[in-house]
Design a protein around this ligand. Sequence first.
Ligand code: MN
Length: 254
Amino acid sequence: MRDPEPTAVDYHVHLDLFRDYKSQFETCAKNGIATLAVTTTPRAWETNKCLAAESNFVRAALGFHPQLVAEIQGDFPLFEKLIHKTRFIGEVGLDASPRYYRSFEKQKQVFTQILKLCAESRGKILSVHCVRAGHQLLDMIEEHLPRNLGRVVLHWFSGTAAEAKRAVALGCHFSINREMFKNPDRHGLIAALPHERVLTETDGPFTAMGGRPAAPSDVTTVIPLIAQVWRLPESVVATQIKKNLMALEDEQVT
Ligand code: MN
């Protein structure tokens, strides 16, 4: 439970990859932005954890980025060791785009292991990357991490409407960023998501905002975009997103 209530939610951001990363952590804390600080390698987690510990609003997630699997394979024992120290896992997942396809088999092995470890320790929340691999990813979640054992938040979802529907049935959440609205063809998919499963994110510094990297304080600019496709007032959407976050993190795992 976060106390007091957050002002906004950035549920996927790489705070440690900003040049001024320390002040990014401070801003999230000061402004009450509920932040999931994801990491790309388990080696980064301890530092993130220390910086996050200063705030009730920032969580440090333990990551193993699918795009780096080939280079950081040797760090998996560290991931296994640290997984017991945190409830938050990410960025993890699958990337079958041409640039990373060479490591796809290895990515599948690693992601399977991660899902199994999460299922064993129960109650984890995962921020999951998925590019061109929706079908395989959802098969793996269905097999290894049933919804009573953990929660998956699909970050920057780029799959089909059918995959979105299946992800909803499997209990997944979706963290939505500004970039996802650039293609009007995607608006229908966002409109069809169950409102109680939606969170917001920036994925900063990998997205831009007015010519600079998007930071957590920019996350409120996603609200009007969601409000437009949901045909709801912005205040209703903002309240819904905060409620969703609190419900997700307060959930008791049986
Ligand atoms: Mn990311």
